[in-house]
Design a protein around this ligand. Sequence first.
Ligand SMILES: [Fe+2]
Ligand SMILES: [Fe+2]
Length: 224
Amino acid sequence: MTDPLFGRYRDAELSVLEQDAVRWLDGFYQLEHLFAAREWAIMLTDGTASEALKFAALLHDAERFFPGGPSDTPRSSFDDADYLFRHSTRSADIVGDWLAKRPEGVDLAFARRVRALILRHEIGGDPEEDIMQAADSLAFLSTFDWLVVDWVRKGHYDIAGARAKLDWMLARIRVPAALRLALPIYARTVAALEDPRGMTVDLALRRRQAGSLSYLTGLAAAVV
Ligand SMILES: [Fe+2]
Ligand SMILES: [Fe+2]
């Protein structure tokens, strides 16, 4: 049986800028999550997402690909503002630097809006920033069932701790339509988490697939 993840984002219709950005992030285990966030942002706006929103959704967690960032396993709660602000600011800075180095130059209003959206992706803000945050939550719940199980198997969190992350991802959603979409996905992911031995996929392979641009876009089925 073909893995539904293989080629899942073949038809994502990325702009040239977005294509370059995902090549930059190839190998990042959150690449699938980033593709999914962009897709949810498009869905939540009925296809009218701005270029800045699509791009910000595709890049919002970029900083975690580069060593030296804040720890993503805060000892306090998942809404630890210290962590969230450092994570969001570092992502916005890294993406801003990348945009500033584009040889063709970049529209300043676009870059400013991308920065604002990435800075707000964990907390929401205006209606578009709320969509960004909801898309991130939906993308977490819909793509990271394997990751929360992996956390438990590796002992980073117990089941209750990992579930707290899922609860927070659901509860922070401010867009009613997004919350309705998220509820059944949340229920599925909680069910996977509460039966961590029930997941039979090879989690190390799953992580590599989630970060492989050629796998996600259907260019090469083999992920090593
Ligand atoms: Fe994030
Ligand atoms: Fe995210």
